[in-house]
Design a protein around this ligand. Sequence first.
Ligand SMILES: *Cc1c(COP(=O)(O)O)cnc(C)c1O
Length: 388
Amino acid sequence: MKRIYLDYAATTPTRPEVVKAMLPYFTDAFGNPSAIHSYGQEAKGAVEEARVKVADLIGARDEEIVFTSGGTEADNFAIKGVAYGKESKGNHIITSSIEHHAVIEACKFLERRGFNITYLPVDAYGLVAPDDVRKTITDKTILISVMHANNEMGTIEPIAEIGRIAKEAEIHFHTDAVQTAGHVPVDVDELGVDLLSMSAHKLYGPKGVGALYIRKGTKLVSFMHGGGQERRRRASTENVPGIVGFGKAVELAKQEMNEEAERLSYLRDQLIKSLLERIDRICLNGHPTSRLPNNVNVSIDFVEGESMCLNLDLEGICASTGSACSSASLEPSHILLAMGLSHEQAHGSLRFTLGRWTTEEELARVLDVLPQIVTKLRAMSPLLKSRR
Ligand SMILES: *Cc1c(COP(=O)(O)O)cnc(C)c1O
């Protein structure tokens, strides 16, 4: 059976062009960029070339980019780095209640160590209100961190507005742009951010590499101590093949982004419309228009997201859910709950994230299969019986 992958927000396949660009750096050009001989300089040159490409994608200068082991490290670096870099000024951090775990857990870690964290609420569409940010700022606030777009329900946040508030108050502003960089336009000056996280494997690059943009003059401490790599900001021998792949992926994304976003938005809207037509007691999660071009997230009453995912998988369709019945935690997605969904609605969520290889035929197959799965599951549903 030909499988249909609709989980591009979780990870993307590495593009063949990217793999091809990476391969020489495992073998012939294997040098350590810190070495002064020709092998070293060859590797160093490749890393710096990639840095220019990554900086160019987001309107930054190359010396403002630090390569990391991924989006999680970039988020941790930004949050803990500012927290401990600005400790003498204050201990208050403002974030939202819908951040990725990499941000939420870094904040919880700091909370246990005496920092004071505000987790801003969101509205029913998952939007943070810039005015809430403004009202929450105190003279102890050292950092604001709000994601650019949410990985689960796709809402794009009003980052530029929050950026203006942060700038006025002279508070460092971080955004997790892992879901947007390479997919929709991202410009650090237009957004008004001082720190921005990216990850290669969410934009058709390899896993295990990402970057943190650090605006010149932003005060943060490093927490990888060792050699002097990355301008002393992040020790450890550079992941040269990974960084080269990241650079290539970013270069391709920049060229194709607008056209691809348009194609995906069309497919997204068609899929949403058809799902709402063909299934009853279903609703769209997230914002209808301020939304990632590739994200479709719905809640379907009286069915478990996990059962739907497993049944779709049997049909060769790979999707995801905000439900977490069989995982270690029984709590459904904190993101859907923050938007005001009930536990039942959050457990009935289903996410399809589209990508470069998604076709209309694939989505037609989803529309064929899913209504039948829902009918079957509802027929066995204790949730439904208890309401009759
Ligand atoms: C995937 C993701 C991350 C984590 O990135 P990794 O490179 O997998 O560590 C962080 N934030 C968001 C919004 C993501 O989607």
